[in-house]
Design a protein around this ligand. Structure first.
Ligand SMILES: Cc1cc2nc3c(=O)[nH]c(=O)nc-3n(C[C@H](O)[C@H](O)[C@H](O)COP(=O)(O)OP(=O)(O)OC[C@H]3O[C@@H](n4cnc5c(N)ncnc54)[C@H](O)[C@@H]3O)c2cc1C
Length: 376
């Protein structure tokens, strides 16, 4: 492993730093209402795309830049450092499914607008009763002539309220073994028979949703991969979702920790050994995550796709994000609850589902146990 930037990477980093200086929307943190946040996400996505910062690692023929995965990691790192709005991360892992398994026609039709932000997507995998045990999903897609008829329900579909399309998993063969009877359909959310109901999170915003399908007709040409390939497609998608470039929020964690150290200093808490130990442990957790990300990145640069070992990164990310926020509440004390520091309380709540979405911590441990050949 060599953690240093190559000359091209160093040049890109400097360019990016300059770009962030001039392009981060002013006062974006003051936007708190749902409509404003959605407009911000869309315009931020478009600004990044316009200047060539989306799809850095995608092939050029589908609108990408054809660069190595380290450029994505630099983008994540610098975005966190510059306190930029969140990057549109879903694009990378949903796009990966389409350009790994889609036909040439599907790739040319769907990838450019996914990348540019013109068309918004969401991931319709989880269902009530099929989150960790995703292979038990019950939404059905029955083949009738040249289209599938979809019936069922998805749950926790983030961004579904504003999305135009959904990468949908549905059971197309109920006679097959449960992992083998699933297919993946590119589904327009304005198709007749689809109802999207918001789920409001702690922020007060409907960040995620439940989606109902009632006799929804989807042309067979919108299936990606072979019938029954849905499980493999889902695993590719989540391995990129759990992967190194999505845990690039390290610079955000580092910044939060620096701020907490300053607050602890101002409150005279740094004389307390217990507080110093907690801050040190958060620091160690963040550095362990950072080294794991560097290791995963080296492995991708050596040409290996992310695999089950990405579960280590997901576990370290959950641990670092949640522990840092735990320390934040300890350092802020009552201020976190009295409204003197509402931002920290919101960030604390934002850290809670990190250990659930993209596969819970317990499931990551199960995956690793299987890799290590441990007893069931
Ligand atoms: C904010 C948020 C956004 C999300 N966004 C999306 C999205 O966009 N698209 C999407 O498809 N899904 C999304 N999800 C769903 C997410 O992937 C699931 O919540 C997650 O996989 C867990 O599934 P579950 O909620 O059904 O919990 P369950 O699977 O019911 O798990 C409940 C608890 O039991 C534990 N558990 C379950 N099985 C085992 C086992 N075998 N061994 C040990 N422990 C076990 C789990 O770790 C967990 O603690 C989102 C979730 C959240 C919270």
């Amino acid at each position: 492993m060599d953690y240093r930037d190559t000359p091209e990477e160093a040049k890109f980093r400097l360019e990016l730093r300059e770009w962030f200086k001039h392009n981060i929307p002013a006062n974006w943190r003051d936007i708190t209402d749902g409509e404003g946040l959605r407009a911000l996400a869309k315009s931020w996505h478009k600004a990044l795309y316009a200047d060539g910062y989306m799809g850095l690692n995608w092939p050029k023929e589908y609108g990408g830049q054809g660069l190595s995965p380290s450029f994505d990691a630099i983008l994540n790192d610098e975005a966190g450092r510059a306190e930029a709005p969140r990057l549109p991360g879903m694009v990378n892992y949903l796009g990966r499914a389409i350009f790994t398994y889609g036909t040439e026609e599907q790739k040319l039709l769907f990838l450019p607008t996914l990348l540019s932000g013109e068309v918004q997507w969401c991931q319709g995998f989880s269902e009530p009763g099929a989150g960790s045990d995703l292979a038990s999903l019950r939404t059905r897609a029955d083949l009738q002539g040249d289209h599938y008829v979809v019936n069922g329900q998805k749950m926790w579909t983030s961004g579904a309220l504003q999305a135009d399309w959904c990468l949908l998993l549905a059971r197309t063969d109920s006679g097959a073994a449960k992992h083998k009877g699933i297919s993946c359909l590119l589904t327009p959310l304005d198709a007749p028979g689809i109802t999207v109901n918001p789920i409001v999170l702690h922020s007060g915003e409907p960040e995620t949703a439940e989606v109902f399908f009632d006799d929804v007709h989807i042309p067979v040409t919108q299936r990606i991969g072979e019938p029954g390939a849905g499980w493999r497609i889902a695993m590719t998608t989540v391995s990129y979702e759990r992967g190194a470039s999505d845990t690039g929020s390290i610079s955000v964690l580092r910044r939060q920790l620096r701020e907490l150290e300053q607050i602890a200093h101002q409150k005279g808490l740094l004389n307390d050994l217990n507080t110093r130990m907690k801050l040190a442990r958060a620091h160690v957790d963040i550095e362990a995550l950072s080294l794991n990300v560097a290791q995963q990145l080296s492995s991708r640069l050596a040409g290996r796709d992310p695999g089950p070992e990405g579960s280590v990164g997901k576990l370290l990310w959950s641990k670092a994000a949640q522990y840092t926020m735990h320390v934040a509440l300890d350092v802020l004390g009552a201020d976190a609850l009295t409204g003197n520091a509402p931002r920290w309380l919101a960030e604390y709540f934002t850290s809670r589902p990190v250990s659930v979405y993209g596969g819970s911590s317990q499931i990551q441990k199960n995956i690793l146990a299987r890799m290590l050949d441990m007893p069931r």
